[in-house]
Design a protein around this ligand. Structure first.
Ligand code: ACO
Length: 323
C-alpha cells in the first residue's frame, strides 16, 4: 500500500507583531475583550511589499531544509490560500519559480480556513495514485490585506503567515500503526456563503473587497461540523480519540477549539494551541501550529496527529496522520 509520509515541515511569520493593546488604540476594543472571546493576544502582519508568495516560499524552503531535500526533488506543489498575490497566475506557480523549479506542477487551492486540510487531501490523492512522488503542501495567507480595519468584529481576529509540509509517496505501509496520512475527509455546503465571505472579487465587483462575517452564526455551526467530520475520520481509520497523540486544529478561536476537544473527549494537554500568538491565519494556521509542536519536541515520529478545519463556504474537513 502506498502512503503519503511526512518528511519535514517549515513555517514563516512576518516580523511585525501587532498586539491587542496596539489595536485598541485604533478601534474601540480592548485586550481583555479579545482574549476573553478568542484567546488571541497578538498576530503577525506582513510588511509592505511582502506578498503571500514570499511568505509561502520561505515556509516551503524551511520545510525542504527540515526534510533534507532540495526543490528539484519535488514534483508537486499544492498551495492553499484565499489571499493570492494576483487574481492569476496562481501563487503556487510564483513559489515554484522562486524555488528554482521548472519541472513538475504547482497550483492553488481555495477553501479558506479549511485550505490546508483540503491541500493535504489533494496531495495525498495525487501521491497515492502515482501522479507525483514528492509534494510540498503549503498554507499561506496575508489576511491583513482583506480586513476592514474599522470593523472591530473582524479585524482583531486574523493574522498573516505561512506553513508547509513535505509529503513523499512510500510503498509498503498499510496498518493504522504505520506512518503517513491515514485518512482525509472533506465537506462543503455553499448555502452558508453570507455568514463568512469577502465582498469583492474580479467577476462580481472588480475589487479585492473586505472580509465580512456573522461571527455568532459561524460559531454556532463550527463545533458540530468539526466534530462530525472528525468522527467520520475516526470511523474510516479504525481509530478513536483515545489513540490521538496530538490534536492540531485550525486556529480560529480558543473557545471553538476547547469546545471541540471537550466534545471529542480529547484531553487539553493534547491540544496544540497557537491562536494566542498567531491569531487566525486561515489556511496557514494548521501548518504553523504543526511546526511549532514539532520544533518544541511535542510531535515526534510515530505520533498520531489529528488535523481539523472549518471555514468560509462553509468548508470543513479532518485528516488523521501518523507523523
Ligand atoms: N471589541 C469589543 N467589542 C466588540 C468587538 C471587539 N473587537 N467585536 C464586537 N464587539 C461587540 C459587538 O459590537 C457587540 O456589542 P453590542 O452588544 O453592543 O452590539 C458585542 O461585542 C457582542 O458581539 P458579538 O458578535 O455577539 O460577540 P460574540 O460573543 O459572538 O464574539 C466573535 C464575537 C469573537 C467573533 C465570536 O462570534 C466568534 O468567535 N465567532 C467565530 C467566528 C470565527 O472564529 N471566525 C473565524 C473565521 S471562520 C473559522 O476560521 C472557523
Amino acid at each position: 500500500v502506498i502512503r503519503s509520509v511526512v518528511l519535514g515541515c517549515g513555517a514563516y511569520l512576518p516580523e511585525r507583531v501587532l498586539t491587542n493593546e496596539e489595536l485598541a488604540r485604533t478601534v474601540d476594543t480592548s485586550d481583555e475583550w479579545i482574549v476573553q472571546r478568542t484567546g488571541i493576544r497578538e498576530r503577525h502582519i506582513a510588511a509592505d511589499g511582502e506578498f503571500t508568495s514570499h511568505l509561502a516560499t520561505k515556509a516551503a524552503q524551511a520545510a525542504l531544509d527540515n526534510a533534507g531535500l532540495t526543490a528539484d526533488q519535488i514534483d508537486l506543489i499544492v498551495l492553499a490560500t484565499s489571499t493570492p498575490d494576483h487574481t492569476f497566475p496562481a501563487t503556487a506557480v510564483q513559489v515554484q519559480a522562486a524555488l528554482g523549479m521548472t519541472h513538475g506542477v504547482a497550483f492553488d487551492l481555495q477553501a479558506v480556513c479549511s485550505g490546508f486540510v483540503f491541500a493535504v487531501a489533494t496531495a495525498d490523492n495525487y501521491l497515492r495514485a502515482g501522479s507525483a512522488k514528492r509534494a510540498l503542501v503549503i498554507g499561506a495567507e496575508t489576511f491583513s490585506r482583506i480586513l476592514d480595519w474599522n470593523d472591530r468584529g473582524t479585524c482583531v481576529l486574523f493574522g498573516d503567515g505561512a506553513g508547509a509540509i513535505v509529503l513523499e509517496a512510500q510503498e509498503g505501509w498499510g496498518t493504522s500503526a504505520d506512518r503517513g496520512v491515514l485518512t482525509t475527509h472533506l465537506r462543503s455546503d455553499g448555502r452558508h456563503k453570507h455568514k463568512l465571505y469577502v465582498d469583492g472579487g474580479p467577476s462580481s465587483t472588480q475589487t479585492v473587497g473586505h472580509l465580512r462575517m456573522e461571527g455568532k452564526e459561524v460559531f454556532k455551526h463550527a463545533v458540530g461540523m468539526i466534530t462530525g467530520v472528525i468522527v467520520d475520520a475516526f470511523n474510516a481509520s479504525g481509530t478513536s480519540a483515545d489513540n490521538v497523540d496530538w490534536f492540531v486544529p485550525h486556529q480560529a478561536n480558543k473557545r471553538i477549539i476547547d469546545a471541540s476537544a471537550q466534545k471529542l473527549h480529547i484531553a487539553p494537554e493534547k491540544v496544540v494551541m497557537t491562536v494566542d500568538r498567531h491569531g487566525n491565519t486561515s489556511a496557514a494556521s494548521i501548518p504553523l501550529a504543526l511546526c511549532t509542536a514539532v520544533q518544541d519536541g511535542r510531535i515526534q515520529k510515530g505520533h498520531l496527529v489529528l488535523l481539523e478545519a472549518m471555514g468560509g463556504g462553509f468548508t470543513w474537513g479532518a485528516a488523521l496522520l501518523r507523523w
